[in-house]
Design a protein around this ligand. Structure first.
Ligand SMILES: Cc1cc2nc3c(=O)[nH]c(=O)nc-3n(C[C@H](O)[C@H](O)[C@H](O)COP(=O)(O)OP(=O)(O)OC[C@H]3O[C@@H](n4cnc5c(N)ncnc54)[C@H](O)[C@@H]3O)c2cc1C
Length: 476
């Protein structure tokens, strides 16, 4: 067998991306994956009933389609097809208030936000049109921007809390709720920075690239990465949990698709105490309670236009969403949680038997919370879709502990693999980013810049550091 140049531990999107960069440079690469199947947080399974394909973790992929790295790969030739629903996002509201919708066009979206046409264009539209100048800054570790004026203009706004941005630029409850829902993906209180940055980036991406779903499920994206890696000569070994670095065969570099907790368990003997202490101080954040349903029919939204979007933000007004996120952050279980919901089978008939549907949703909960959020989540959906529960054929529930059992990276059920506060947005997991003090040992997971999401950029950057440091190959 050929000698191994580099080993990647973990076949999540970042591990696979790191392996691709190394294999493209002509190196012999082996990926060891603990689970029986690849994909990490980008996988699909029949969680409820036979014939229903559910995305276990990621479902909607604005960061995936925006990824500078994925865009450089022939993923379409390896089975990936993006589906763009007619609307990127729907946000139902109580009573007769029409749902707020985000469409690809800024003009259409703004026009529909009665009274906030101009505010939405200035707040989100301006970031969307500047996206081509900003993508390199947002998707890389901190560096001198190529377009400093655009970056500075964006940065001044992005470093403000989402609530302040919404109150400054928008005047209607509808538009404010819409922006709050987007910012709440960030799993930090909306009164703190950088919640505004998350709202602006995800909001801009809805217009710049869309919020697509992969045909057939998130697994197709991971499978496409794996298929391309194999074409390049890379090997993937599944059912291969790595408990310690000492178990690995010799190689010049090891890149770990791990968050600091499991990384320390695996590698602490190889690390100096001062660095291990720094990693041990890395902060994990709120947990997640996830539900997947098999449905007899689509969700009966009171406002039928909600069915135009795959992604639905279920949580009402800015005040309600902000309270829900504050609660989860402060260790309180919310009675009216903000629910992020995806209805993929409306746009992809491969997800469920004919006429049936899949539904995916989660809410944020306190770190490692054991609370049963199913009644509260279903209550929130019923609020905007009376009769929803009558359509349920089967449910599958994952608590924070279940999520961590499936993937030890998700400490306390933190799907962001670490809080994205200002310090950990930039110095993630330390200011060394991908490098560790041990020569040849790297971290390449979403606990490094640019952080959470299926985009492969963490793996891409980590592998470029390894290429330069260890193999003398300049950043391609
Ligand atoms: C419920 C949920 C919903 C999400 N929704 C979205 C979404 O809609 N859109 C989006 O962009 N992102 C979403 N995310 C986030 C996204 O899934 C992650 O940011 C992304 O998967 C991180 O990729 P990664 O490669 O860094 O790590 P992971 O995906 O965690 O992959 C790490 C891999 O390493 C393996 N591993 C761990 N320890 C070992 C070991 N000791 N030995 C060998 N292998 C090991 C794991 O099994 C796993 O396969 C969601 C996450 C969750 C959990």
């Amino acid at each position: 067998m050929a000698q191994t140049d580099a080993i990647v531990v973990g076949a999540g999107p970042n591990g696979l991306s790191a392996a691709i960069v190394l294999a493209r440079a002509g190196l012999q690469v082996v990926v060891y994956e603990a689970q029986a199947s690849i994909g990490g947080g980008c996988r699909s399974e029949a969680l409820t009933l036979p014939g229903f394909v559910h995305d276990v973790c990621s479902a909607v992929h604005p960061m995936g389609i925006a990824s500078l790295f994925f865009r450089s790969l022939p993923l379409g030739e390896h089975g990936l097809t993006w589906i763009q629903p007619p609307s990127m996002l729907a946000h139902p509201l109580d009573g007769d208030t029409p749902a707020a919708l985000v469409n690809r066009s800024v003009a259409d979206t703004a026009r529909d936000l009665d009274g906030d046409d101009d505010g939405y264009r200035r707040l989100v539209g301006s970031s969307a049109s500047a996206w081509p100048l900003l993508e390199d800054v947002v998707l890389s570790p901190p560096h001198l921007p190529r377009h400093p004026v655009a970056a500075a203009r964006f940065g001044l706004r992005a470093l403000q809390p989402a609530v302040r941005l919404a109150q400054h630029y928008l005047s209607t409850e509808r538009a404010r709720a819409l922006f709050a829902g987007v910012a709440a993906h960030g799993m930090v209180p909306l009164e703190t920075a950088p919640s505004g940055a998350i709202g602006l980036v995800l909001g801009a991406l809805a217009h710049a690239v869309g919020w697509p779903i992969p045909r057939g499920g998130a697994q197709r994206l991971a499978d496409a990465l794996a298929s391309y890696l194999r074409l390049l000569g890379g090997r993937i070994v599944t059912d291969a949990p790595v408990a310690s670095l000492d178990e690995l065969p010799p190689s010049k570099a090891v890149l770990c698709d791990l968050s600091p907790g499991p990384f320390l368990r695996m590698a602490s003997r190889a690390l100096p105490d001062w660095y291990a202490r720094k990693l041990a101080r890395y902060r994990y954040g709120m947990g997640t309670f996830k539900v997947d349903w098999a449905l007899d029919a689509p969700v009966p939204w009171r406002d039928a236009r909600v069915a135009l979007a795959a992604t639905v933000h279920v949580g009402g007004t800015l005040q309600e969403i902000a309270r829900s996120e504050r609660d989860a952050w402060a260790g309180r279980v919310s009675t009216h949680p903000f629910v992020l919901l995806v209805q993929p089978s409306l746009f992809d008939d491969s997800r469920a038997p004919a006429g049936k549907h899949t539904l995916w949703a989660y809410c944020h909960v306190p770190h490692a919370s054991a609370a049963d959020m199913l009644p509260a989540i279903e209550g929130q959906i019923e609020r905007f879709a009376p009769g929803f529960r009558d359509r349920v054929l089967a449910r599958h529930v994952m608590t924070p502990a279940d999520l961590e059992r499936r993937n030890p990276n998700l400490v306390g059920g933190d799907i962001g693999m670490g809080v994205t506060d200002l310090r950990q947005l930039f110095g993630r997991p330390t200011w060394r980013w991908y490098r560790t003090p041990r020569r040849g040992l790297y971290i390449c997971s979403a606990s490094t810049p640019p952080g959470v999401g299926v985009h492969g950029m963490c793996g891409y950057h980590a592998a470029r550091y390894a290429l330069r440091d260890i193999f003398g190959i300049p950043h391609p």
